[in-house]
Design a protein around this ligand. Sequence first.
Ligand SMILES: Nc1ncnc2c1ncn2[C@@H]1O[C@H](COP(=O)(O)OP(=O)(O)O)[C@@H](O)[C@H]1O
Ligand SMILES: [Mg+2]
Length: 368
Amino acid sequence: MGMSGKIRVGVLFGGRSGEHEVSLASARSIMDAMNPERYEIVPIGITHSGRWVTSERSLEMLRAAVGSKTSAAEIERALEPEALPFPDLSLLAQLDVIFPVLHGPFGEDGTVQGMLELIGVPYVGCGVASSAAGMDKAMTKAILTAHGLPQVRYQVILRSRLDASIAQVVENLEAALPYPMFVKPSNLGSSVGITKAHNREELIAGLWEAARYDRKLIVEEGIDRAREIECSVLGNDTPEASLPGEVIPNREFYDYAAKYLDNASQLLIPAPMSPEQTRQVQEMAVQAFRALDGAGMARVDFLLSREDGRLYVNEVNTIPGFTSISMYPKLWEASGLAYPELIDRLIELALERYADRQRHEATVMSAR
Ligand SMILES: Nc1ncnc2c1ncn2[C@@H]1O[C@H](COP(=O)(O)OP(=O)(O)O)[C@@H](O)[C@H]1O
Ligand SMILES: [Mg+2]
């Protein structure tokens, strides 16, 4: 703790992903809700191009995020004199705990977590392996399969296979899965690069589209008019699940526009489901969290078939949207844990996990 007796919390926001703006909105909500008697907030911004702004000026990034007409490039230019190409590790190491509020690649994928492990500072949320596994849909699926969790049928395809023979890839996919199929880059988020293919022509276009974003692609069986159920998980070794919620996208599926542009998708909290289904979602959410060896928090997303009532785990988001109106905190609120207390709990969990890791005996490599 600093001289003030307050916990010094570094809040990391922005970042090099397509979800930069979402991150700014989440970080703003979090910082506004943190009890100033208890915490000293150290804002740390990462620009679109990955430069680090640790001065008070990082707050300009946040201000710019809300309804400003300043473009990302203008903000970047304005911050240029104070931005560093790399994080200031000695500054980060002085903090009591770091809250990475970074969605997507270079933040939610284990990279930042690895850096924080190296400098030995506690941080909120999942560790390196679970963050990386949660970001990579192919990895997530392999792990969830190993743990017997129900998922839609899928195939993993390397981009190099498309280059070699797209005709062969399409033939194999059509033999394995019915239309419509969902085509996704394995490592991304916010629906970028995801398309729904109703026929061969759309499948080919979708494969090339996803290949713009990753070398590894996922093709899935589409669940017709699937209900989208989400459940928040909180905890370390004894994780708990919130009440489930439901997203009603206002488009054919929950694509990028539905998530961030139209602002018209509806959240139902709690999701209208039978007590039995609710229990099933909660149980599977905790199982998925445990399967990935999660820590702190994650939002586990499901697809629920309207045809036969079957439930499939779709993905695990280790740094879910965190504005005060986002699903993750809203579900906790509905489950009896208010937004500011949720932040307190996450910080506590980060400190607990760090302390637990300090228990390990150091491995000493003795000279032979
Ligand atoms: N197999 C599927 N069947 C039906 N809808 C799907 C399927 N996969 C994805 N979707 C739709 O696409 C959206 C985005 O897919 P998702 O896997 O959640 O990617 P992201 O990580 O970008 O959120 C989902 O919220 C859902 O609307
Ligand atoms: Mg999703």
